[in-house]
Design a protein around this ligand. Structure first.
Ligand code: SAH
Length: 244
């Protein structure tokens, strides 16, 4: 995912400059505390997931010492493990219900309690976001994650094995087409940025569902209100890996 947040939006600028003043976190718990004190992480269930998933398990060998810094790290093949602040912002937006048309219907708690909540992720990369999603939606749900580069899918598989998830399915493919065979999805999240949100994702989203995906350097939140209607919000100031 992009991967990093360059601090250009008003709200987040404060967060960014603050993070660069602070000493870098050296444990996963310190990283989580920083994201909480920045007010980037606010939802208790999402905070718990960040506590349970250790970012060190997803960085390349040799990068363990930098695993808790709030910055993206290269994974090779043009990919990066996303900046924790970006991951946290995306997950908070994926499940936030405030002010959205899906209020009450599909909050995180309701989603997790319901049977078989399905999430589509595009751009598995290291598998860090995949692990957070799997942790969040609990056993009954399923995360379907697509990665274009076979070697990265292999790496994500290796990293995810440390957690024994039974609710994750990884695919090597072009994520722009989505996953027709497993649609419709409650949520779709992409870590790679294209010129627009692919139509296939919009079609494969349930009514009442939400897409969080980068378009150029913005993060787009799309709520599907009817078969053809979407409500869109845009948040600027991010840098993302390109959707190829
Ligand atoms: N969430 C990941 C981010 C990886 S960077 C993490 O935190 O580790 C974005 C990823 O999108 C890269 O792994 C890149 O290979 C992948 N990607 C780019 N274009 C893609 C496409 N068309 N389909 C699937 N994956 C794609």
């Amino acid at each position: 995912m992009g991967v990093s947040f360059n601090g250009r939006t008003n709200v987040s600028k404060t967060l960014y400059s603050r993070s660069s003043r602070d000493a870098p976190a050296v444990t996963n718990q310190q990283l989580v505390e920083k994201l909480i004190s920045d007010k980037t992480l606010t939802t208790p269930r999402i905070i718990d997931a960040f506590r349970s998933i250790d970012r060190k398990d997803f960085v390349l060998p040799g990068d363990e010492g930098r695993a808790y810094e709030d910055r993206p790290l290269s994974m090779g093949y043009g990919a990066t493990i996303s900046q924790p602040t970006t991951v946290a912002i995306m997950l908070e937006k994926l499940f936030a219900d405030g002010g959205s048309p899906i209020r009450g219907k599909a909050t995180l708690r309701a989603l997790a309690a319901s049977n078989g909540v399905k999430i589509l992720e595009i751009g598995t990369g290291s598998g860090y976001m995949t692990a957070l999603l799997a942790e969040l939606i609990a056993k009954k749900g399923k995360v379907f994650s697509i990665e274009l580069i076979p070697e990265l899918k292999g790496l994500a598989e290796f990293n995810l094995k440390k957690y024994n998830f039974r609710n994750v399915c990884l695919f090597v493919d072009d994520g722009k087409a989505g996953l027709e065979n497993y649609a419709p999805f409650d949520r779709i999240i992409s870590s790679a940025s294209g010129d627009e949100t692919p139509k296939s994702w919009k079609n494969q989203l349930k009514i009442g569902g939400r897409i969080v995906a980068p378009v150029a350097e913005s993060l787009i939140v799309l709520d599907k209100t009817s078969k053809r209607r979407f409500k869109e919000k845009e948040y600027t100031g991010f840098i993302f890996v390109a959707l190829r």
